[in-house]
Design a binder for this molecule. Structure first.
Ligand SMILES: Nc1ncnc2c1ncn2[C@@H]1O[C@H](COP(=O)(O)OP(=O)(O)O)[C@@H](O)[C@H]1O
Ligand code: SF4
Ligand SMILES: [Mg+2]
Length: 380
């Protein structure tokens, strides 16, 4: 149960009153890890189906997203991981209705059964920031430098609720408390530049949850922060998600960030999902070489902090002229002729485990799937 009373809306005419809002803010329970968090329910909140996004350019169409499907259940955290340029942000912007007009979008995105593609701008705005909220990598691009934090948070409330400004500010204060900003009352009057990077990102979390969303899309929310602050922010995000009963799409280029933070993980490569499984399965039983390569490039995973970072050799393909066959084949140590002619489909390779690879059994047989990349590197 959410301890934060939903804000009073025209549809629910009983005002909770400031006293109730303040009281709830003091009575915060703490869920620091995913294991402590409320488990996901079976209720489907978001369903993305065969989403494709193309951008026409003078050189040809950029195929940014090429058939992405996933389902997000209530309170679930789904990690979406892939190198820069794999289509993570474009696919989340499609959910938010924030892609440029030039984008050619096909497929389906349903929120609680309602199709979002093709919604009129007014309907889209009613959803954005209310039912589905987004946290971006760089808070400075989302915050207005010349307006106080309190003003901006209150405005987020007033955009969706007919409540007195005083009540919107009380809600803003409550949210700052909730995300762990000390002296919330005083901080409401401060400006973004008076906050540290970590504190600004906390403000963005407050902004995301202020209207009690069902889905929070966190797009590289901690990439700009140092490692200790990153951990604090992610922990806070998991904690507050239960306060508002939200599901999270946790988007990152860093597989290390997902460990212990997501129930399931979807790995993207060149605009497509290439592996989808429970997060532990992805870490301990990867079935797609690209995932294994990403695992091998996380430095502290095996506890050996001196181990050299092993990024996957080569670079992602051009999205205008994709290679024939598996798009990972030019970089894959397991590639065979079949890989260079036929693109593998995403198929079930285990219980709740999907992978797109012709040779997934070879990974199943290997003691350490990341070793394929080490051997390939040593052979160079
Ligand atoms: N407006 C645009 N016009 C053309 N190409 C774009 C546009 N927006 C994104 N792209 C391209 O789409 C691909 C996927 O981008 P993106 O989703 O931002 O990747 P990431 O996984 O790093 O978030 C990239 O190759 C990017 O250059
Ligand atoms: S299909 Fe072939 S090239 Fe692609 S990831 Fe699997 S083994 Fe590598
Ligand atoms: Mg991105």
């Amino acid at each position: 149960m959410s301890l934060t009373p939903p804000i009073n809306t025209p549809a629910s005419p009983t005002p909770p009153g400031e006293a109730a809002v303040t009281e709830a803010a003091e009575d915060v329970h703490t869920a620091h890890t995913l294991a402590d968090a409320e488990p996901p329910s079976d209720e489907e909140i978001l369903a993305v189906e065969d989403l494709t996004v193309e951008f026409p350019t003078d050189d040809g169409a950029v195929q940014a997203v090429r058939g992405l499907s996933y389902r997000l259940r209530a309170r679930e955290v789904l990690g979406i991981v892939g190198e820069s340029g794999s289509g993570k942000s474009v696919s989340s912007m499609a959910i938010m209705g924030l892609l440029p007009k030039s984008a050619r979008i096909r497929g389906s995105i349903r929120y609680r059964g309602t199709e979002l593609l093709g919604l009129r701008p007014k309907q889209q705005r009613a959803l954005r920031g209310r039912r589905i909220a987004m946290i971006f990598q760089d808070p400075m691009t989302s915050l207005n430098p010349v307006r106080s934090i309190g003003d901006q948070l209150a405005e987020a409330v007033l955009a969706h609720h007919l409540v007195p400004r005083r009540q919107a500010l009380a809600r803003a204060r409550e949210m700052l408390d909730l995300v762990g900003i000390p002296q919330a009352e005083k901080r409401l009057r401060a400006y973004p530049h008076e906050f540290s990077g970590g504190m600004r990102q906390r403000v963005m979390i407050a902004m995301a949850i202020i209207n009690d969303p069902d889905v929070i899309i966190a797009d590289e929310p901690t990439t700009a922060l140092d490692v200790t602050v990153q951990a604090q922010i992610l922990e806070k995000l998991l904690e507050v998600k239960d306060e508002v009963n939200a599901a999270i799409l946790m988007i990152t280029h860093d597989l290390g960030v997902i460990a212990g933070m997501a129930h399931r993980t979807l790995v993207m490569y060149a605009g497509k999902p290439v592996e989808v499984a429970g997060t532990d399965q992805v870490f301990y039983e990867p079935r797609m070489p690209y995932t294994a390569g990403l695992l091998g490039s996380i430095p502290a995973l095996d506890g050996d902090r001196d181990a050299r970072l092993r990024p996957i050799g080569g670079s992602p393909p051009s999205l205008i002229q994709l290679p024939v066959g598996c798009p990972f084949s030019p970089r894959c140590p397991l590639a065979t002729d079949e890989c260079r002619t036929d693109e593998p489909a995403l198929a079930e390779v285990g219980d709740g485990h999907l992978a797109a690879c012709h040779h997934h059994e070879r990974l199943a047989e290997a003691e350490d799937a990341t070793a394929f990349f080490r051997t390939a590197e040593e052979g160079r």
